[in-house]
Design a binder for this molecule. Structure first.
Ligand code: ADP
Ligand code: MG
Ligand code: MG
Length: 210
């Protein structure tokens, strides 16, 4: 489908299901190198997003939907991830086009989200955070946009790159967030936030395929 308001809604419905399905997995990952609440935080946040988007006065543009997502996540998720994802969706909403997304818009919106996360959390590539899923996603979308691919293809490439980026956090030592307190003991575990980012972007691509 075109990447428009209906797509943004379908994406968020998909994320709501995915966070419920992956709740235990994300809790388990966060137990290894954090405080074990990431799955609960994300499931609660995106359940609240679903509720906010089903209200009678819910927005009917992609930008408006992304802004509601941002506000809802900021007020319900808490922890490190709440403000980070909240800022990501807020910046994404500001970068969103008035109509349907082009492949360049896909890149620009993902880049804006990443910019918000880094402005807030100061993490760089390799610090073993969600940034390690976002950076390759932005790069992959950029390559597709430059190659003249469709918006759906740009999103697919971004989702695949995020998944690979999340998998690649396993051998890293955390340098940001709670996991960094573990020092070398953070090595050998996936970063929960990088995994939740890859789930979110997988749903963006999935919704586009529908
Ligand atoms: P908390 O650590 O407060 O319990 P969560 O468990 O919900 O919060 O989220 C943890 C995730 O947040 C980490 O796996 C990591 O991906 C992400 N994170 C933490 N600090 C930062 C940061 N400074 N920059 C980017 N991402 C971060
Ligand atoms: Mg946690
Ligand atoms: Mg916590």
């Amino acid at each position: 489908m075109a990447l428009d308001a209906a797509w943004a809604r379908a994406w968020m419905a998909g994320v709501g299901r995915s966070m419920a399905d992956n709740r235990e997995r994300l809790i388990d990952l966060d137990r290894q190198i954090g405080d074990g609440d990431h799955g609960e935080n994300m499931d609660r946040g995106f359940a609240a997003v679903e509720k906010a988007l089903s209200a009678d006065d819910a927005p009917d543009t992609a930008a408006g939907i992304l802004k509601t997502v941002a506000r809802t996540l900021m007020s319900t998720v808490g922890g490190a991830a709440g403000p980070l994802y909240g800022t990501a969706f807020l910046r994404a909403s500001k970068a969103a086009p008035a109509g349907a997304f082009s492949a360049h818009d896909v890149h620009d919106v993902l880049a804006a989200a990443l910019g918000g996360i880094q402005a807030r959390g100061k993490a760089e590539r390799g610090d073993k955070t969600m940034v390690d899923a976002w950076i390759p996603a932005v790069e992959a979308a950029g390559i597709q946009a430059e190659a003249g691919s469709s918006p759906e293809e740009a999103l697919n490439a971004a989702a695949r790159a995020a998944e690979e980026g999340a998998a690649a956090t396993e051998p890293l030592q955390a340098r940001k967030g709670r996991a960094s307190y573990l020092g070398e003991r953070s090595i050998g575990h996936l970063d929960p936030g990088a995994v939740s980012t890859s789930l979110i972007l997988a749903q963006a691509a999935e919704a586009a395929r529908a």
